[in-house]
Design a protein around this ligand. Structure first.
Ligand code: ZN
Length: 245
């Protein structure tokens, strides 16, 4: 399997949960609103024997030339937008789902030949909960599009090679993915397991729906991963995108 991190960038987030681009070489954290924290955003593309899979879609921010950063990153990796065959969505917070729409037709999905896989209950919850964590107008396109495959079960298979499990830890219907290809296992834990250091230290995150559950899950995944030689992908960790046991 070929795994390519698609770095969207570093941002500050304050209490309003708005994301503002932050350049560590130029910007000063002290000048951002009080309580701002730094967040890195990094979707992944994985090329397997059968598929080109995108794991979450970032914020959907654009570059100065008007092109979506996510699309540019894919092109830089030699992958056209129409070559992506599957999009796996861990959950629908705006920093994970912002890039799923078309840039030119924002009421349509942006990857013409991809099947979008998401939990139906996460979509329902997103509309119920709304802003600031979920942007329902950006998710509207998921409601009635033949390219969407809703997952309804707590765990199951997508084709023969991808296993999903609903954890209900970071968000009530958050799911994680296990991608199998030629004897390799890649684990994508979304925001249940989004940074390498979270795997090594026990801590309960305030921003999680069920922080204790997320902590316990991280511990058990890390142990299983070591035993079964998984690769871990970390969405909010630009320095350590990938850990291979
Ligand atoms: Zn999240």
């Amino acid at each position: 399997m070929k795994i390519i991190p698609l770095i969207e960038g570093t941002f500050t987030v304050d209490r309003t949960k708005q994301f503002f681009p932050f350049d560590p070489g130029k910007d000063n954290l002290q000048k951002r609103p009080v309580g701002s924290i730094l967040v890195e955003v990094q979707p992944f593309v994985i090329i397997t024997s059968n598929d080109i899979l995108l794991l979450d879609t970032g914020l959907g921010f654009s570059e100065e030339n008007g092109r979506m950063k996510l699309h540019q990153n894919l092109l830089n990796a030699g992958i056209g937008i129409s070559e992506v065959t599957g999009i796996l969505l861990s959950h629908l917070h705006k920093d994970h789902s912002g890039g799923l729409r078309s840039k030119t037709k924002p009421d349509k999905l942006g990857f013409p030949n991809a099947t979008y896989y998401l939990q139906k209950r996460e979509l329902d919850y997103a509309f119920e909960k709304g802003a600031p964590s979920y942007l329902s107008h950006e998710l509207e396109a998921l409601k009635h599009d033949s390219k969407v495959t809703f997952l309804h079960e707590d765990s199951g298979m997508i084709g023969d090679h991808i296993h999903y499990e609903v954890t209900g830890a970071h968000s009530p219907y958050h799911q994680v993915f296990f991608i199998h290809d030629r004897g390799e296992v890649v684990f994508y834990g979304g925001d249940d397991a989004s940074q390498l250091q979270q795997m090594k230290h026990r801590f309960i995150a305030k921003y999680d729906f069920d922080g204790r559950k997320a902590m316990e899950l991280r511990r058990s995944w890390w142990q299983r991963g070591e035993k079964e030689k998984w690769s871990f992908l970390f969405y909010h960790d630009v320095k350590n995108p990938l850990w291979k046991f």
